[in-house]
Design a protein around this ligand. Structure first.
Ligand SMILES: Nc1nc2c(ncn2[C@@H]2O[C@H](COP(=O)(O)OP(=O)(O)OP(=O)(O)O)[C@@H](O)[C@H]2O)c(=O)[nH]1
Ligand SMILES: [Mg+2]
Length: 434
């Protein structure tokens, strides 16, 4: 059994971390005080992957909450689950990175990073056989993006054989009006391309839209968006946390999902997604749920995978699932001309069954899709970046922190190359006449 260390960086990383640990603890029968009160062997067999058992029998998350200002971590510590975490796992600076990637990467963050790395080393030393790191962060601010980038870079230099996964929240002007977010996002994007093995792209634009359109919440809050995110963070990890038919590790998941190193960005989907009034009326068979994760309107980043090509797909099916029904439905989807799969990866849909249901659901599916269309998220950010960069607006905030202005050009071109790689495989559609 290989342990995973969780890094929650910046406001967004802390917020989505809070929700992740609450749901995970409920699923494993662990109280907010870290006591196991469940009665199901399946809840405990793989606990060491995510929790350390203290000598008094208390279960402590393998996690650290990092922020350059104390506001969010103070809020988190004051919640019902605040005592679940080791008091030393909250690592905070004093003044924040003020929405400036360069502060998080070059100045405030760089001064603070050694403290964080020291703590992470301690967490690593407590493991028997650590498999890797999962980082939770946003791309739009200064800390989760800048300090997050720096930590991942330094960790991957120190532990090159470990596996790196991130839950990365892409910004949207619908949710936040901080004008420099596209700069921060593209600067982070380059580090995600270079230093992370698997990036799960959660996009505030799509999450907001899903809340309004499908959940019928007219004015969604971060709490609403984060609830959707928690379906993904807990769904994706279910096969790591519970014994299952086809158990997979973090690295194994990557092996079947990443055909070329650069193609490691995934669009997440969850089913069922229903508004409160619809719950009692919905039919939620295994086949329906399997089909639903291929609906473009359920994807949690603003892309339509059915327009491009599916490269690989990973499904985690939980609860009362009939595997024959899953196979039947997947066969139908693969033969449906509306869904186009690359023909150079045979069996590009992987399924994992976990019989322990998702908290609050009796049956559910979480899916990660590698699609050529992921490039539209990168393109959107790039276009917003370009509008400002052409006029060199706000650049001084970054150069004041010691950043070479050429870095802007570099990250732009790295992002453009990545878009190009995905475009190349999407174009096969036309050549093949599919
Ligand atoms: N989905 C979601 N997005 C969030 C949340 N909090 C902030 N964001 C988004 O994250 C971006 C801002 O980043 P933050 O995480 O607040 O910033 P930070 O990492 O703390 O960095 P600084 O505050 O600049 O030091 C914006 O795009 C916000 O819309 C959250 O709880 N949920
Ligand atoms: Mg902050």
């Amino acid at each position: 059994m290989r342990e995973i260390i969780n890094l929650h960086v910046g406001q967004c990383g802390n917020n989505i971390g809070k929700q992740f640990w609450e749901v995970v603890s409920k699923e494993h029968g662990i109280t907010p005080m870290g006591t196991y009160t469940g009665n199901d062997e399946r809840q405990v067999t793989r606990l060491p992957v995510f929790y350390v058992e203290s000598s008094t029998g208390r279960y402590v998350p393998r996690a650290t909450f990092i922020d350059l200002e104390p506001r969010m971590t103070d809020v988190l510590q004051a919640t019902e689950y605040g005592n679940l975490f080791h008091p030393n796992s909250f690592l905070t600076g004093r003044i924040g990175a003020a929405n400036n990637w360069a502060k998080g990467y070059y100045t405030e963050g760089a001064v603070f990073a050694p403290v964080v790395l020291d703590y992470i080393r301690k967490l690593t030393e407590m493991c028997n056989n650590v498999e890797g790191f999962k980082m939770f962060h946003s791309l739009g601010g200064g800390t989760g993006s800048g300090l997050g980038s720096l930590l991942i870079k330094q960790l991957s230099e120190e532990y090159p054989d470990l596996h790196y996964m991130s839950y990365s929240i892409y910004p949207s002007p619908v949710v936040s009006d901080v004008v420099v977010e596209p700069y921060n996002a593209l600067l982070t994007q380059q580090k995600l391309i270079e230093n992370v093995n698997q990036v799960i792209c959660l996009d505030n634009a799509a999450l907001y839209d899903l809340c309004v359109r499908i959940l019928q919440i007219p004015m969604p809050t971060y709490e609403n968006l984060n609830q959707l995110i928690s379906y993904i963070t807990t769904g994706v990890t279910a096969s790591l946390r519970f014994p299952g038919q086809l158990n997979s590790g973090l690295k194994k998941m990557g092996v079947s999902m990443v055909p070329f190193p650069i193609m490691h960005f995934f669009a997440p989907v969850f089913a069922p997604l229903l508004s409160k009034p619809s719950w009692d009326y919905a039919k939620l068979t295994t086949q329906d749920l399997t089909k639903e994760v291929f609906y473009p309107e359920h994807v949690m980043c603003a892309i339509d995978p059915s327009v491009g090509k599916y490269i690989t797909v990973n499904l985690v099916l939980r609860g009362d699932i009939c595997s024959k029904d899953v196979d039947l439905e997947l066969l139908k989807i693969q033969n449906d001309h509306r869904f186009s799969f690359v023909d150079w990866i045979p069996n590009n849909i992987k399924t994992t069954l976990v019989d322990v249901p998702h908290f609050g659901f009796f049956r559910s599916v979480t899916s990660l899709i590698s699609s050529t269309e992921i490039r539209s998220v990168f393109k959107r950010i790039q276009e917003e970046f370009e509008v400002m960069h052409k006029k060199q607006v706000f650049v001084h905030w970054y150069t004041q922190e010691g950043m070479d202005p050429e870095v802007f050009e570099q990250v732009f071109s790295v992002n453009e190359d990545t878009i190009g790689v995905y475009a190349q495989y999407a174009e096969d559609i036309d050549e093949d006449g599919d």
